[in-house]
Design a protein around this ligand. Structure first.
Ligand code: ADP
Ligand code: MG
Length: 387
């Protein structure tokens, strides 16, 4: 078997920026600038910074022009509450060079060296629309796809536009694919740690991980639905009742690999007095994992050579329930394993108690990373491989 072929995805066949002469070309570039914005300011620029190597490479290699496309959140049509203008300001600051910012209709007649188009979801982005794709394609010679975190969607700029323009992976997509592919050829022991809010959004990923990891430690609110399905007491902890049947049906397939927390920090509500216990009382909810659980998790981490982590262990935004997640971050920081981390709140927690640079790979994709683990050939990646 070719060692570079991973679940139908042959890394040797990825079309990268190095496979094309970009000099003098107009390059359309898809980034994911869906970043948190408060009062018109970008408050976390991780994704913007991760797009800079591709942009700088294109400039250094004398492209004629770069036209950048991105979405921001989920607007219903044209709505300036979702404008990408704060992103333009941040991008200008990081690049130290002017960035033109235009509505799609004004792209005709624009001429900036770097142009950011207003939130593409103001138009028919989510419809995977061939008219919009064709319209966009007429402005450029090639298309560079660097929006890994939206690659699990089949939208106009993640699919249809690639039918109209020769398409290449940007450096961020290349980095994500190379790092995340290691999940399918991991060093052993391989420990996966999954937490967060909802089992419904992560069960398929957990199932996929159970096939390749040695241990799958599950924490966060999602365990209470599992515990409920297994007939254990969860008190008033968050559950998804509609998932209970599914978990009962799937449990046999995954139970050998799964490790559940053994004790919890519980309280009558998030503001009430919190106690450590291994039995959740009927009138309380569990908001964090307890000491025994943290010790077990640390022990697993110390033995692992490969770790994938997504999802906080508890309601870490409340400092009384931060300990499980905080201790996890600190243990991972110290570990010599190859560590991959991804997820919205997960990265917030990682940055609260450590820093991105201390990990081997921090994915820009939450949902996309989880979907990649289920099946790496994401819709947005299909066109990036040579026939
Ligand atoms: P990510 O975006 O990193 O994938 P999720 O969106 O799945 O993570 O979940 C993060 C949220 O889960 C956090 O806001 C956290 O407060 C919440 N959470 C975790 N454990 C609990 C719990 N025991 N009770 C309530 N909320 C929890
Ligand atoms: Mg989240």
């Amino acid at each position: 078997m070719n060692s570079n072929e991973i679940k139908g995805l042959d890394l040797n066949k990825l079309k990268t920026l190095k496979d094309v002469n970009v000099e003098g070309k107009v390059v359309m570039l898809r980034t994911d600038y869906n970043v948190p914005i408060v009062d018109g300011n970008v408050i976390n620029d991780f994704r913007i910074r991760k797009s800079l190597p591709t942009i700088r490479y294109l400039l250094e290699n004398n492209v004629k022009r770069i036209i950048i496309l991105s979405h921001l959140k989920n607007p219903k049509g044209y709505d300036k509450a979702f404008t990408l203008e704060p992103v333009k300001n941040k991008l200008q600051e990081l690049l130290q060079t002017p960035v033109e910012f235009v509505d799609l209709e004004k792209l005709v007649g624009s001429s900036g060296k770097i142009t950011l188009v207003e939130n593409i979801r103001f138009w028919k982005e989510k419809e995977n629309d061939s008219f919009l794709a064709k319209f966009l394609s007429e402005f450029a010679d090639i298309y560079v796809f660097d929006a890994f975190s939206v690659a699990h969607r089949k939208h106009t700029t993640t699919w249809m536009l690639m039918e109209y323009l020769p398409t290449y992976a940007g450096f961020l997509v290349e980095e994500e694919i190379n790092a995340l592919s290691k999940i399918f050829q991991p060093e052993k022991p391989f420990l996966a740690i999954i937490g967060g809010a909802k089992i419904s959004t992560k069960l398929n990923t957990i199932k996929a991980l159970c096939k390749i990891a040695d241990y799958v430690y599950v924490g966060g609110a999602m365990i209470f639905t599992i515990m409920k399905a297994l007939g254990m007491k969860v008190g008033k902890s968050l559950i998804e009742p509609e998932m209970i049947e599914t978990i009962k049906n799937e449990w046999n397939e995954i139970k050998d690999k799964i490790i559940l927390p053994k004790d919890f920090i519980v309280a009558k509500n998030p503001e009430a007095e919190a106690i450590l216990t291994d039995k959740i009382p009927d009138d309380s909810a569990a908001y964090d994992i307890g000491k025994k659980s943290i010790d077990e998790l640390k022990e697993l981490i110390s033995k692992a050579n490969f770790v994938v982590w997504n999802g906080p262990m508890g309601m870490f935004e409340n400092e009384r329930f931060e300990n499980g997640t905080k201790e996890l971050v600190k243990a991972l920081e110290q570990s010599n394993a190859y560590r991959i981390v991804g997820g919205g709140e997960t990265i917030t927690a990682l940055e609260a108690w450590s820093s991105i640079e201390r990990f081997d790979h921090v994915s820009t994709g939450g949902g996309a990373m989880l979907k990649f683990i289920e099946n790496p050939m994401l819709p947005g990646l299909v066109h990036l491989f040579k026939e």
